[in-house]
Ligand binder design. Structure first.
Ligand code: PLP
Length: 416
């Protein structure tokens, strides 16, 4: 293995010392120590999250909001406390602006339906970007089909940066909402959300941000960004699967209709008429994933304790190193060279199908993602079949990048 890291650089590694908090990272795959580079798809979970979930099931578990007994009380308290922690994490004004969902996809669908039902009519326009995940395209497409509205698209350039000059031209008096990703899961581009919000708000257009990748990339302050909605999944920020968040400004949430109905979201039910519960319960039908919510805030607290900025800055160093090393490989192309880029690197080896690269890397113990990453328009933009994507987290190391480099050199020789 050829490592370019010198001793001075190695010192900055200390953040990855937290690696030992993640039990799964000690396992082997095909006889090799696991290199987990699929963090964009889901992150691994620290021991404290796993222990919290187990403790909750062992000691507290009872359905929330409904029981008169002690366990239900404790469960409810932990769930509502989790909401308050998320409020603080995003710096929302009120905890009633925090809605628990099953994940980013559910949060985006919630807005597309509940906002769309009230505010989007025939002939109106919805603006998304060319780099959205399918979860932030298809719900809007379905809404537009249902309402007879038009889906418009803000393009990105060859570096994978949104062409912001086009934004004011695409906004018209008919635009009802702009839906944009904070960070592209394929290109790594970090979008200038505050600037996009400023431009959209100058035309009185609200902005929804898909924060699935963005929430772990630096501190998110929804009041400072002035976003109208912010959606993310717990499992991409070291929390459990099946829990997600939608932040929405009260002024919008209050006027939106429920998207799912059933228990907990009602105030009164008669066969003649149902009235709805107040925020945030209006949008939380059925038994909530209260244990997921508690697991999520354990993850958020853990991540904050490590230091989100320190983690992001270390990931930036890893990314820089990965770009340098991978660029040494003749015939390797990197897709996405934005000036502001999160630790996601999409690439192709010339004449080698991404699935082949991914399969062989797997056999070498290196987990990456291949394909279109649920962003078919991004892949189409470049006229390719897909990419190999290595997405990094703070528990990854420079040595693991060396292993990726060595493996790619071997794969190139193998297929060459
Ligand atoms: N948006 C982006 C940018 C993503 O990367 C993903 C998942 O990869 C999603 C939305 C959907 O997230 P989930 O599947 O957790 O709902």
């Amino acid at each position: 293995m050829v490592s370019r890291r010198n001793k001075e650089q190695q010192k900055t590694n200390s953040i990855s010392d937290y690696r030992s908090d993640f039990p799964i990272l000690t396992r082997e795959v095909y006889g090799q120590p696991l290199v987990y580079f699929d963090n964009g798809a889901t992150t691994q979970k620290p021991r404290c999250v796993l222990e919290t979930i187990q403790r909750f099931y062992n000691e507290i578990n009872a359905n929330i909001h409904r029981g008169v007994h002690k366990l239900s009380d404790e469960s409810t308290l932990e769930y509502e406390n989790a909401r308050e922690v998320v409020r603080g994490f995003l710096n929302a004004r009120k905890s009633s602006e925090i809605i628990f969902t099953s994940g980013a996809t559910a949060s985006l669908n919630l807005v597309a339906f509940s906002f769309g039902e009230v505010f989007v009519s025939q002939g109106d326009e919805v603006l998304v970007t060319e780099m959205e995940h399918h979860s932030n395209i298809v719900p809007w497409q379905l809404l537009c089909e249902r309402k007879g509205a038009k889906l418009k698209v803000l393009p990105f350039d060859e570096n994978g940066e949104l062409i912001l000059d086009e934004l004011p031209k695409l906004l018209t008096p008919k635009t009802r909402i702009v839906a944009v990703t904070h960070v592209s899961n394929t290109l790594g581009t970090v979008n200038p959300i505050a600037e996009i919000v400023r431009i959209a708000h100058s035309q009185n257009v609200p902005v929804l941000v898909d924060g699935a990748q963005g929430v772990k990339h630096g501190i998110v302050d929804v009041q400072q960004l002035d976003v109208d909605f912010y959606a993310f999944s717990g499992h991409k920020i070291y929390g459990p699967t099946g829990i997600g968040v939608l932040y929405g400004k009260e002024e919008w949430l209050d006027r939106m209709v429920p998207w799912q109905s059933g228990g907990d979201m009602i105030a009164t039910v008669t066969f003649a008429k149902t009235t709805f519960n107040e925020l945030p319960f209006k949008f939380e039908a059925g038994t909530a994933n209260y244990i997921g919510a508690v697991g999520l805030v354990t993850a958020l607290t853990y991540y904050s304790r490590i230091g989100i900025e320190a983690a992001t800055s270390y990931e930036g160093e890893l990314l820089q190193y990965a770009i340098e090393r991978l660029s040494e490989i003749d015939g390797l192309t990197i897709y996405g060279n934005a000036r502001e880029k999160a630790a996601i690197i999409s690439f192709l080896l010339k004449d080698i199908h991404p699935y082949d690269t991914g399969m062989v890397l797997d056999k070498m113990g290196i987990a990456v993602r291949t394909g279109n990453h649920c962003t078919q328009p991004v892949i189409d933009h470049f006229g390719i079949d897909g990419t190999v994507r290595a997405s990094l987290a703070f528990y990854n190391t420079f040595e693991e990048i060396d292993r990726l480099y060595d493996a790619l050199v071997k794969i190139k020789a193998m297929f060459g």
